[in-house]
Design a protein around this ligand. Structure first.
Ligand code: AHG
Ligand code: MN
Ligand code: MN
Length: 338
């Protein structure tokens, strides 16, 4: 083991959350506690994803979720962890999860609080069996109902109202990325000490985009505007440069790469999925909040994602996220050709 003294400044996630809180002298620490708890949930879920093959927890539970998809065992575990770590703290009025059909109430025996937590406990779960990155996405709102148990109304808020959002990606290392509306910071889990350490301060999308990312297997089902836009990204349709392609099929990992390398990720509407596949509340809004906080832009193809007023808990939305000029170009093609 190296005996070299540690010279760089080490910022744990706890310290970072508290530093951010100190900018708000009236803050009660409730949001900080909530964020720290989510980091803890991330560590617990990461400890399972890294041992997935060993612990015989790979594969399906044999059930389907509200989206009609197979529930993987790790989905169920991640759902339980997120719920159990947050149900009793008195910080939340209600929760909403991609894996649960209705609003998730706080059990009667516990107090309710002023925040609302929405999450996708495990995004990209179709990739679990192949050792490909998956992750947990979360968003935090202030409740809009005055007191008592939270309701559907508390969950149906536009992304613009997010107080904080972020994700934990379980990749070659585990990383937590979050924003409270004051820029984006990334933390890497040091497994030897079990702490998230600040590794990516003040993340901004690079000016020069590197990759485009979409499931081109569905290209023939896309609208003319989206097909032409894709050709433009590849240097056709009058483009003066072209981008390289990456598609993992785990939105969390595809957007994470877009955040760090620059480019665009999109999951458009298609003839079989008129609103696309991704869920507005659990996936699109938190990731869009992060991308916009890092200087990028997120659109449905016709309007900013964060301005969409949700009308149903599990509603889907087409999504285009990444460097602003690329996302605006997608809007241009869609406005012109549909
Ligand atoms: P989830 O695992 O939470 O159900 O989400 C999967 C989503 C998203 O992560 C990814 O971008 C998309 O499904 C991939 O879909 P395709 O296989 O249709 O490309
Ligand atoms: Mn998902
Ligand atoms: Mn999921």
């Amino acid at each position: 083991m190296s005996t070299r003294p540690i010279t760089g400044k080490i910022t744990t996630i706890e310290r970072h959350i508290l530093d951010e809180q100190s900018a708000f002298p009236d803050a009660s620490g409730t949001l900080s506690g909530l964020l720290y708890n989510i980091a803890l949930a991330g560590k617990l879920i990461a400890s399972h994803t890294t041992r997935a093959g060993l612990a015989d927890i790979l594969g399906s539970t044999g059930q389907t979720n509200v989206q009609g998809e197979e529930v993987q065992k790790l989905d169920a575990y991640a759902q339980r962890i997120m719920f159990q770590l947050n149900d009793h703290t008195g910080r939340l009025a209600v929760m909403g999860s991609e894996e649960v059909e209705d609003p998730i109430p706080i059990p009667d025996k516990y107090p309710t609080g002023k925040y609302v937590l929405v999450f996708d406990p495990l995004d990209g779960s179709s990739n679990i069996d192949y050792n490909v990155s998956v992750g947990t996405i979360f968003g935090i709102y202030k409740r809009v109902t005055p007191s008592g148990p939270g309701t559907l109304e508390d969950l149906l808020q536009p992304g613009r109202k997010l107080v904080a959002a972020g994700y934990i990606v379980y990749g070659s290392s585990t990383m937590l990325v979050y924003s409270t509306g004051n820029g984006v910071n990334g933390f890497t889990l040091d497994p030897s000490i079990g702490e998230f350490l600040l590794s990516h301060p003040n993340i901004r999308l690079p000016d020069k985009p590197k990759y485009y990312s979409a499931n081109q297997g569905y290209q023939s089902r896309w609208s003319e505007g989206v097909q032409r836009f894709t050709r433009w990204l590849r240097g056709e349709e009058g483009a003066t440069h072209s981008l390289s392609l990456r598609y993992i099929g785990s939105m969390i990992a595809d957007v994470h790469r877009t955040l760090l390398a620059g480019g665009i990720f999109y999951y458009p509407a298609d003839t079989r999925a008129p609103n696309g596949k991704l869920r507005l509340i659990y996936e699109a809004n938190p990731m869009s909040f992060i991308i916009e906080q890092a200087g990028g832009y997120a659109s449905t193809g016709r309007e900013p994602v964060l301005d969409v007023q949700p009308t149903a808990l599990h509603q889907r939305t087409p999504l285009f996220v990444g460097n602003r000029e690329l996302v605006e170009k997608a809007e241009e093609f869609i406005a012109r050709y549909g």
